[in-house]
Design a protein around this ligand. Structure first.
Ligand SMILES: CC/C=C\C/C=C\C/C=C\C/C=C\CC/C=C/C(=O)SCCNC(=O)CCNC(=O)[C@H](O)C(C)(C)COP(=O)(O)OP(=O)(O)OC[C@H]1O[C@@H](n2cnc3c(N)ncnc32)[C@H](O)[C@@H]1OP(=O)(O)O
Ligand SMILES: Cc1cc2nc3c(=O)[nH]c(=O)nc-3n(C[C@H](O)[C@H](O)[C@H](O)COP(=O)(O)OP(=O)(O)OC[C@H]3O[C@@H](n4cnc5c(N)ncnc54)[C@H](O)[C@@H]3O)c2cc1C
Length: 669
């Protein structure tokens, strides 16, 4: 246990901040009342002996990690019900504090299985399944991806063939590549899953549909006949989760197990078409819509750790014989960490927009208005991809900015990284998601050419490209936003022109598209980037907080925008939109912003309001006592339990003895 009060450097950092971090905390969590409630729930979890006593994940083997994760999350599930916590965000606060570094083996049950039943099942199906789900008699997951196909859903090979005589579906994975592979918690934890399969009725394939499949006996937990299940083995992260495989050999399920709110198969096998297309992709859209906030939180934790540590860490005397500097005072260190910090705030704001937009749009879908589905799909796919790429890259920057200690699990950052980075792959591989955005943008661009009205967030396309930037020495938010709009607009036009030129010279539209997917992803990325910048400025401007807090927040927002221009400079200057002088203004503004943010850096990460018990980082401690904590962490390594390990006698000694004997003068003769 580290002792000694708050590290003097860290204490000074908090004193010199120009704003009150509590104000920003209140804004982030939507008001002081909600902050109080968050802290209350987190403290309840942190003080619970079941969570307190649990061993640190880093020193456990995989089976122990799985068991610990299961124990903690099931205890949390029970406590949440006992405490009457019903708000999703409050459940999240409790769970995060209860099991900060354990991924939930019942996570997909709560985040995909139950929501899919709620959204895609009939009233009768809901009445039957939901009570069983809430009491955990049924524990489910979402089984879509197969060994051979993840991205191309239409290419999935699992079949559900309707038998009108028995009024049953026959589920089958007819070849090796058809086996379900990757679904979270499918291997060992769950006893049900949603299966995505090709629906075949009356000899016709109607494409991918959803079916409820019981995989294990609800008492003995043994796999049911015709079903082979297992864990897929250790992965880059998510060690404590049993991502699984599943082979189905003509498994029969009743007709009522098809999700029939929108799509139906009548008793005689007649297929009834739904009111709209792609409705059974909505579960993916839900998670995509939630991922931007989640990944922003991952990055915010990495920033707390790296920035607090950089305030405590001193290295190299700046002038001979002088005091060694806090590494946070090096401009290069600020250039690593402050854009990462700005990115985490930008993504938290984008995530806030995205989830609100999801709720608004799905409420309309529920009423039968499917008009905004394409926008919801494009925005959720784009922000999911953009945010996970940006945040995982920034988490790695945070890790490296902690030097050697960043490489240790004691820092907490490697675990954050390995749990965050699959966000680039799951719920739609990022490049593929960006191409979906490009498809939407291209459609909007074509509509614009036809003189049609565009949705508000693609209005930027309507502006003339024949302009120059308004950027002055005082880099104004308005001019920054316009620069992003210009870049996004120019890149979509460039991709459209390239495709059109190929079509005019005889290529098919598909061929022309496929030969331009790289510029298309540039355009999609530029669109997402613009959206995040614009949303960030709007949210900061609208935020209700005192002037000093707003100024500190605005500096971060500007840094996010300015740094993006510098990182992608070529795309902003290619057509001469920004001139050399303006680029110099932006470069100077970047350095000025680093200096402006410097005194507030620690307060800006304190505002995220993560207790030490959640961070579990020796480097990110609130009191900054990092060296004692690192020593304590090392001492608790199981390798230190015995002074001399058995392996010394098993392996080192015999080899030493053999080598000694071989090297005896007599032995060499
Ligand atoms: C409540 C939650 C709370 C907390 C959770 C928070 C965070 C999560 C935390 C942790 C996560 C933990 C574990 C992760 C679990 C992971 C699960 C998974 O990975 S599940 C599997 C996910 N798989 C995918 O995402 C597959 C990706 N592929 C696709 O989506 C599709 O194949 C693809 C979109 C690429 C193509 O579809 P296809 O049918 O081939 O369409 P096509 O390209 O031909 O386009 C046709 C037409 O349809 C439009 N469209 C496509 N998708 C959608 C959609 N979803 N909605 C609306 N419209 C869609 C497409 O744009 C096109 O339209 P136009 O013809 O151009 O008009
Ligand atoms: C931690 C984790 C948890 C998961 N949990 C679940 C789960 O609970 N349920 C579930 O069903 N699945 C789950 N998955 C699977 C996940 O959804 C898929 O891995 C993901 O959708 C990507 O599909 P893929 O693996 O087929 O990648 P691939 O599509 O094979 O991607 C490989 C490469 O090909 C490229 N590529 C593929 N298609 C195209 C294209 N059309 N155009 C251009 N490039 C292309 C990609 O960009 C990528 O670079 C999980 C995966 C992980 C890592």
């Amino acid at each position: 246990m580290a002792t000694g009060g708050v590290n003097a450097d860290l204490a000074k950092e908090r004193e010199r901040a120009t704003f009150d971090s509590e104000q920003l905390t209140n804004f982030l969590y939507r008001g002081p009342e909600k902050v109080r409630r968050k802290r209350y729930l987190q403290n309840l979890a942190i003080q619970d002996p079941v969570f307190k006593k649990a061993p640190l994940w880093a020193f456990l083997n995989r089976e122990q990690q799985y068991a610990t994760a299961l124990k903690k999350h099931l205890h949390a599930y029970r406590r949440i019900q006992e405490l009457g916590i019903t708000e999703p965000v409050e459940k999240f606060y409790y769970r995060e504090a209860a099991a900060p570094h354990e991924n939930s083996p019942i996570g997909l049950h709560e985040s995909m299985f139950i929501p899919t039943i709620e959204k895609q099942a009939t009233e009768e199906q809901k009445r039957k399944w939901l009570p069983l789900c809430h009491s955990l008699k049924m524990i489910g997951t979402y089984a879509q991806t197969e060994l051979g196909h993840g991205t191309f859903i239409r290419g999935l090979e699992t079949t559900a063939t309707y038998d009108p005589v028995a009024k049953e579906f026959i589920l089958s994975t007819p070849k090796l590549t058809a086996m379900k592979y990757w679904p979270g918690n499918l291997g060992k934890t769950t006893n049900h899953c949603l299966v995505m399969a090709q629906l075949i009725t009356k000899g016709k394939n109607h494409g991918i549909h959803m079916f409820m499949l019981q995989t294990r006996d609800m008492e003995t937990h043994q796999p049911l006949p015709g079903i082979e299940l297992g864990d897929i083995g250790p992965k880059f992260g998510f060690f404590d989760n049993d991502n699984g495989y599943m082979i189905l050999k003509d498994v029969r399920i009743p007709r009522e197990n098809m999700f029939m709110r929108y799509y139906k198969v009548l008793e005689d096998g007649t297929y009834v078409t739904p009111p709209g297309d792609r409705l059974n992709y909505l579960s993916m859209v839900l998670l995509r819509s939630a991922i931007t906030s989640m990944i922003g939180q991952h990055l915010s934790q990495a920033c707390i750790i790296a920035i607090r540590y950089s305030a405590v860490r001193r290295q190299t005397e700046i002038s001979p014989g002088g005091e060694e500097a806090q590494v946070l005072d090096y401009q290069t260190q600020q250039y690593k960490l402050f854009p990462a910090l700005a990115t985490s705030y930008a993504m938290l704001m984008a995530g806030r927009f995205m989830y609100d937009f999801y709720l608004k749009t799905t409420a309309q879908i529920e009423k039968g208005d499917l008009g905004t589905m394409p926008q919801l799909h494009a925005l959720s796919a784009g922000l999911k991809a953009f945010s996970t790429w940006e945040c995982t890259a920034a988490i790695e920057v945070c890790r490296m900015s902690c030097g050697g200690h960043g490489y240790s699990h004691a820092s907490g950052i490697p675990k954050i990284y390995v749990d965050a980075t699959p966000g680039c792959t799951y719920e739609g591989e990022n490049t593929v998601m960006m191409l979906q955005v490009a498809r939407f943008l291209m459609k909007m661009y074509t509509n614009l050419q036809k003189g049609q009205e565009l949705p508000s967030f693609v209005q930027y396309m309507t502006k003339s490209l024949d302009t120059k930037s308004c950027m002055k020495e005082e880099v104004a938010p308005k001019c920054l936003v316009m620069a992003y709009e210009h870049r996004a607009s120019r890149l979509i036009k460039a991709a459209a022109d390239a495709i059109q030129a190929m079509v005019m010279s005889g290529s098919s539209p598909q061929e022309a598209w496929n030969k331009n997917t790289v510029p298309l992803t540039w355009a999609a990325l530029a669109f997402c980037h613009m959206f995040v910048v614009k949303n960030f400025f709007e949210m900061v401007e609208d935020a209700k907080m005192d002037g000093q807090t707003k100024a500190a927040f605005m500096a971060l927002c500007k840094l996010y925008a300015v740094n993006g221009v510098i990182t992608h400079l070529g795309e902003f200057i290619q057509d001469g939109y920004l001139n050399n002088q303006q680029v110099q203004y932006i470069q100077k503004s970047l350095l000025d912003l680093l200096a402006e943010i410097r005194p507030n850096a620690v307060a800006l990460v304190d505002a995220f309001d993560y207790p030490d018990a959640i961070l579990q980082s020796c480097l990110g401690r609130y009191d900054g006592q990092v060296y004692q904590a690192l020593y304590d962490f090392a001492k608790s390594s199981p390798l230190n339990e015995k002074e001399v390990l058995d392996s010394f006698f098993d392996y080192v000694k015999p080899v030493q003895q053999e080598l000694e004997a071989m090297n005896q003068p007599m032995a060499r003769l």
